[in-house]
Design a protein around this ligand. Structure first.
Ligand SMILES: *Cc1c(COP(=O)(O)O)cnc(C)c1O
Length: 488
């Protein structure tokens, strides 16, 4: 590196080194932890979310990196410019999309993880052993065999994509990695309620998003089995090569579970890779009451899910479980001189995570997951799954008691879609949700049910309770009445 300002290299390097005064660093570290604990403790008193003022937005559009400053000063900027404007999913009033809140145990785990700063792409160290440990637990929960292997990913989107690549290499053989898909016309199947990341997975796998055939759902929002059989037959007749069937365990809009046993059987008969997207719904495995929804999942070739939604591990922590480790190796392993394995030493270990997925450098997501799981146990996850479903059922009852409100979809899980009744419901209900966000007490999101806008409340957060539901119901009623006159 060349420094043009004439300062000696030595003084430029000073800031890259360990602190000159560890005592000072320690004081600051304690203050950060104290502030953060106080902040978490007072979470409910603050807004779910608040918009960044213009000054803050502008601050983050500056062209130049500010001059180096003491860590204390940078921390003051964090407190002023960043902490107040976070995404809100920690807050008990957050009920939008499908997000986890994160647990205090995970906060400390993140700190420890950064302290060790392990690169979990490979080599022989405890970060790799931790990831294996989680994979062994996970395969036990879901009834997968010992041949299976698991891998942390950023999220379920990436896990679904990796599963798609594995299914592709099994369908077309290993040569697809060198030659591409050529003239092959692969196609896959998922319900119309399946997550949009699946279309993107097909696109990114070079198959084109239209390779995902969207099958209509039945009255319970489940993939319609008759329509599926018809589509597979029609596709075969027109020369396509069906290769993958994707079941959804907990759909993002309404929380519906496809009939996984039936899908497993169809996949088996048709010779298709059977994948399950259980992004949040897979956590039902921990609940004695809800586990039945996942019947048939143990026959899947692969499962994608997140620890960062209903599992409450801090972002990000997605996971992919594949029935045959060899299929992941066939999809990803490659030779590189700089990654040569040795019988012992730090370069030991036959299979590294980089042989099983697309990443080389990887964070140790296993540590925070291990700490949260060790601390809460499966029982607490189960209790929160049951609690979230209980809150959703309570909201359904409140909607039914409130004449101004109309239930649009409920699949008996943790997600409720409803709206304020009015002549022009789409505009008004979108306006209600925007205003709720600005008021900062509760933050639901919106979706479309049968083409019409719904207010969507999804419960994942163990901090939420019935008072948050009351705030939602009262807020929607009040804003519905207020905005009705003003929204054209
Ligand atoms: C959230 C979600 C995804 C995407 O998961 P990310 O972790 O956000 O990548 C996929 N499928 C379903 C059903 C989801 O709810």
């Amino acid at each position: 590196m060349v420094f043009t300002n004439g300062a000696p290299l030595e003084s430029q390097m000073e800031e890259m080194r360990d602190p000159a005064d560890w005592r000072h660093y320690q004081t600051l570290a304690h203050r950060m932890v104290d502030d953060l604990v106080a902040d978490m403790d007072a979470l409910r008193q603050g807004p779910v979310w608040q918009p960044m003022p213009d000054a803050v937005r502008h601050y983050f559009l500056s062209d130049a990196l500010p001059a180096p400053a003491a860590l204390d000063a940078v921390y003051q900027d964090y407190l002023r410019l960043i902490a107040p404007y976070a995404s809100g999913n920690r807050h008990p009033g957050f009920m939008g999309w499908a997000q986890g809140a994160g647990l205090p145990a995970g906060v400390l785990a993140e700190l420890l993880m950064a302290g060790l700063n392990m690169n979990c792409g490979g080599r022989d160290h405890v970060g790799i052993a931790l990831e294996r440990q989680i994979a062994i637990w996970v395969r036990g929960w879901f009834g997968f065999p010992e041949t299976s292997e698991g891998l942390f990913t950023t999220g379920a989107s990436q896990a679904n994509f990796i599963a798609c690549l594995a299914a592709r290499s099994v369908a077309l053989g290993e040569a697809v990695r060198r030659r591409g898909i050529g003239a092959a016309r692969l196609c896959a199947y998922a319900s119309s309620g399946a997550h949009g990341c699946l279309d993107r997975a097909m696109d990114m796998a070079g198959l084109g998003a239209e390779a995902l055939r969207r099958i209509p759902t039945d009255g319970a929002h489940r993939l319609d089995l008759v329509a599926l059989a018809q589509q597979i037959a029609a596709d075969r007749r027109s020369g396509l090569q069906p290769f993958m069937l994707i079941g959804t365990a907990g759909s993002v809009d309404v929380g519906a579970f496809d009939d996984l046993s039936a899908l497993a059987e169809i996949a088996h008969q048709e010779g298709l890779w059977f994948h399950v997207d259980g992004a949040f719904g897979a956590q039902c495995i921990h609940s004695e009451r809800e586990r039945h929804r996942l019947a048939g999942l143990n026959q899947a070739d692969s499962l994608a899910f997140d620890f960062h939604k209903w599992g409450q591990v801090p972002y990000d922590a997605g996971f992919l479980l594949v029935r045959q480790k060899s299929q992941l190796l066939q999809t990803f392993s490659s030779e590189a001189a700089y990654l040569t394995r040795e019988p012992d030493g730090l370069a030991a270990g036959e299979v590294w995570p980089t042989d099983l997925g697309p990443d080389l450098s990887r964070a140790c997501r296993a540590l925070k997951t291990w700490m949260v799981l060790r601390h809460t146990g499966r029982e607490a996850i189960a209790a929160n799954v049951d609690l979230s479903i209980g809150l959703a059922r309570h909201l359904v009852r409140r909607i039914e008691q409130t004449p101004e409100l109309e239930l649009l979809a409920y699949a008996d899980l943790n997600i409720v879609c409803f709206r304020y009744r009015t002549a022009q419901p789409d505009r008004l209900n979108r306006a209600i949700v925007r205003q709720l966000h600005l008021e900062g007490k509760v933050a639901p999101s919106t979706t479309k049910i049968r083409g019409e806008i719904a207010i969507r409340a999804a419960f994942f957060n163990p901090r939420s309770n019935e008072s948050d539901i009351e705030n939602l119901v009262l807020g929607v009623r009040r804003l519905g009445a207020e905005l009705e006159g003003t929204t054209p």
